[in-house]
Design a protein around this ligand. Structure first.
Ligand SMILES: [Zn+2]
Length: 825
């Protein structure tokens, strides 16, 4: 559009526009006015020497460090862990510490835990499929899964058995267990810059993951050829871990309730894992004694895998199947070393096959990373083809947005956990299904689930395993950021797969009643999936694609990742960095998307076309006559005409006067003189502006918008002209800064560019929940009736085309007997 006359015209607007816009359309801001652009500094913590106003680690930033040396033994028969850990705690804080707080996550399974005793029946509690808040039917039901959990918990002695806590001279340290936490009292305080060595002896019975849903545990395979079957063990939250001690909260000693994940310190780990000799172990870190636990052939294959084009089997399927059939009394100890990690997890089973492929990156510190997958035969082709490749794809994409992958291994392990992340190792659930003909197939949904979950969990190795946000407090900082990036990586894998991070994917949730702001502590969040994953991911998607643009967003996001790599960011550090590095005030965006439950619904209510009042009576009176003559005539007149009723004036044409040749729009010299006088009184610049505006005879359109959802957002416009051309316009969110509920926009176009229609957000880029009020004029609403609606869930999950394609087509006559058969099953 042409806006060069905008300022001069604005000055003339109040007096010269013939068509007035209804002045009451903009509501008074008195009363319920809310400043959607109020600066966030009132809400964010005051910057200090530890975290500065730019969102960077401050000049005196510190964090604790905790090193672990652990010896652990797995008793396969008893499904029991026994361990001894030696811990070195480095106090880098400026404060003395009289006691240390340790996380005892296994204690969540004790009957007396807060998680068990404060479980709101039918409410939203544990991890897993959420229960809709306010769903009145839920309290009447108890699922078999819930019963299985209760039975398992009743039958097993769960939680930690802590047999000793000692200093490095072997003296007992006194300790107090508080639910899932333990306070260790020190004989004398640890001074700043000092460290302390102590040890803990612990043991616990491993939970059955499928029964309790714990992010770790064992899975039993009773049908395996070996007598008694086999297990896969996934061990996480398995050793007593230090709580984080931070500049913003001191000890982050908040009881583990099952939802909010883990707030941890970085450190170096040396872990010796003693397991049955026929087990294959996958763990955080690098294997340091391959010659003791791997055969010569396996070591040779590992070497080959480093430069292979496709993953190489270290343990083949045939070897894993052979392993599965027997057992052994012998034991082996696998040694792992991991530097600068915040946690340690591992998996162990004789069922594992193992493939690997080297990932080369342009990095001096870590030029090669081994991407590896461990899975049983149940993983089948799905795992062989896609697991390790997905691990590598994740590193390629995430590194571009953050930093090179800093660890020597990145692993994907199949077991009973649907999806969970730890440093260098992830647990991923999808599998294939054994069919009657002995083949293994999987549904398209399972395939997408595998690729998606591997990308997501490996992505977590960056956020929050390296950019170490506080998961117990703010789930969105790891899940939201990670879902945003897994959406980028996923769509770069295959954009035809729905990844669930587009603005349109969050509309249903944004409209819904049961929600809390994203900035809510993890355990109190309603509907964790959309709240902590999809909404922040969609918000960041909008921030990148619509508001900042890719260049500014990617620069700022990478700055955040690099500033906080191996450090502990808080939400304010993210908000501040994104603004400081992009140069764009985003307080309104954080306020709307992260601190409120408002949604986006911008409506275009009216479009006015206006014309300039030229003050020249010969022009203006002629226009007024046009308007008059274009009005529809009355029904009375039309009907009389149809009846050929002759008017009195037509029947008596001999009687006429002046008014038969002139109407009220006839211009007289009186008006012409007045016009000349007006021109003379004008300043020269006013005359010039008016003359030019009259000559150009532009179109002036005033577009009226209302904000019905509350969230202020940019207005994305598509203008269609009567000549068929289209134009896109971007109105920044700041248009709402004084009147957040109603705004107007003036659009000036050349005379021949007449506006035919306007659409707000035509590409569905802003999560606007009501599409129909985005059209001006309103459109006929397209049908939402689907011609064919598949039964719920069948086509998403159960429809296994790879298997179903083998079905023989039966003659129509057989249909009846087939139906009856199905009923009998
Ligand atoms: Zn996640």
């Amino acid at each position: 559009m042409n806006i060069k006359n905008y300022i001069a015209l604005a000055a003339l607007l109040p007096i010269t526009f013939a068509t007035a816009v209804n002045a009451s359309a903009i509501k008074q801001t008195k009363g319920d006015f809310e400043d959607k652009f109020r600066q966030l500094s009132e809400v964010l913590p005051t910057p200090n020497v530890y975290r500065n106003a730019a969102g960077e680690p401050g000049e005196r930033y510190w964090q604790q460090r905790v090193d672990y040396k652990i010896k652990v033994s797995l008793n396969e028969e008893k499904r029991r862990i026994t361990g001894h850990e030696e811990i070195t705690y480095h106090n880098n804080s400026p404060y003395q510490l009289k006691y240390l707080w340790v996380q005892l996550d296994q204690n969540i399974f004790k009957e007396s835990s807060i998680a068990n005793t404060a479980n709101n029946f039918g409410g939203i509690g544990r991890r897993g499929p959420y229960t809709k808040a306010g769903d009145k039917q839920t309290p009447a039901k108890i699922s078999l899964g819930e019963l299985r959990r209760q039975q398992f918990m009743a039958d097993n002695n769960l939680g930690y058995e802590i047999s000793a806590v000692k200093d490095n001279k072997g003296n007992q340290l006194s300790f107090t267990i508080v639910g899932t936490q333990m306070r260790i009292d020190l004989p004398k305080p640890i001074k700043p810059s000092d460290s302390i060595d102590f040890s803990i002896d612990f043991a616990f019975n491993i939970v059955e993951e499928d029964a309790v849903s714990a992010r770790s545990g064992y899975e039993h395979f009773p049908k395996d050829a070996r007598e008694g079957g086999n297990d896969i063990f996934l061990l996480a939250q398995w050793f007593p871990r230090l709580h984080a001690y931070t500049d913003y909260e001191a000890w982050t000693n908040k009881e583990f309730l099952g939802r909010g994940e883990f707030t941890l310190e970085f450190g170096n780990y040396e872990v010796e894992i003693n397991v049955p000799a026929d087990h294959i172990v996958s763990a955080t870190g690098e294997l340091t004694n391959p010659e003791e636990v791997l055969t010569k052939t396996q070591r040779k294959r590992l070497k080959q895998a480093e430069t292979a084009k496709r993953p190489v089997f270290i343990v083949t399927e045939a070897e894993a199947l052979e392993n599965e059939t027997k057992g052994t009394d012998k034991r082996k100890t696998w040694h792992f070393k991991a530097d600068n990690v915040r946690d340690f997890a591992w998996g162990s089973s004789r069922k594992f096959m193992w493939d690997a492929k080297g990932y080369q990156q342009n990095s001096n510190e870590m030029p090669q990373v081994m991407a590896m997958s461990f899975y049983p035969k149940e993983g089948g082709d799905l795992w062989k083809k896609y697991s390790t490749e997905s691990v590598i794809h994740t590193m390629e994409v995430y590194s571009r947005f953050s930093f090179n992958y800093p660890y020597p291994t990145a692993q994907s392990v199949n077991g009973p956990v649907g999806g969970m992340e730890y440093p260098m190792i992830t647990f991923n659930g999808p599998r294939t299904k054994l069919q009657d003909d002995g083949s293994r197939t999987y549904s398209q949904a399972e395939k997408r689930f595998l690729i998606g979950v591997v990308i997501h969990e490996v992505g977590h190795i960056y956020f929050p395993m390296i950019v170490n946000s506080d998961e117990r407090q703010w789930t969105w900082m790891d899940e939201g950021l990670n879902s945003f990036l897994d959406g980028v990586a996923g769509r770069e894998w295959d954009h035809t797969i729905p990844w669930g991070v587009e603005p349109r994917d969050i509309i249903g949730y944004m409209k819904s009643e049961n929600q809390v702001p994203i900035m809510t502590q993890s355990d109190s969040v309603l509907r964790l999936g959309p709240n902590a994953y999809t909404k922040p991911a969609a918000a960041l998607n909008i921030l990148r694609e619509v508001i900042l643009g890719r260049e500014l967003f990617d620069f700022a996001f990478k700055e955040y990742a690099q500033r906080w790599k191996f450090k502990r960011p808080t939400p304010s550090d993210f908000f501040r960095t994104m603004e400081e590095a992009s140069g764009v005030d985003l307080d309104w965006f954080w306020r709307g998307w992260f601190y409120s439950t408002d949604h986006v619904d911008i409506s275009i209510d009216k479009v006015y076309q206006m014309r300039l009042d030229t003050h020249n009576p010969d022009i203006d009176f002629a226009r007024l006559r046009d308007i008059e003559q274009n009005k529809p005539s009355s029904l009375f007149v039309e009907r009389n005409k149809a009846l050929n009723k002759e008017l009195w004036v037509d029947r008596n044409k001999d009687i006429t006067d002046f008014y038969d040749a002139n109407d009220r729009f006839t211009v007289t010299n009186k008006e012409r003189n007045a016009y000349q006088k007006l021109l003379k009184k004008m300043e020269p610049w006013e005359r010039e502006v008016l003359a030019r505006a009259v000559k150009e005879d532009n179109n002036y359109y005033v577009l009226e918008f209302s904000n019905r959802g509350g969230l202020v957002m940019p207005i994305l416009l598509e203008l269609t002209y009567t000549d068929g051309t289209k134009e896109e316009q971007y109105i920044p969110a700041e248009i709402w800064r004084r009147t957040p509920k109603n705004v107007r926009k003036l659009i000036v176009t050349e005379k021949k560019k007449e506006l035919a229609s306007v659409v707000v957000d035509p590409g569905w880029e802003t999560a606007d929940v009501e599409i129909e009020n985005n059209y001006y004029p309103r459109r006929i609403i397209p049908s939402r009736v689907q011609a064919y609606k598949a039964k719920k869930s069948t086509d998403k999950v159960k429809r296994d085309i790879m298997q179903d394609i083998k079905t023989e087509l039966k003659p129509v006559d057989d249909e009846k007997s087939d139906d009856e058969q199905e009923k009998g099953n």
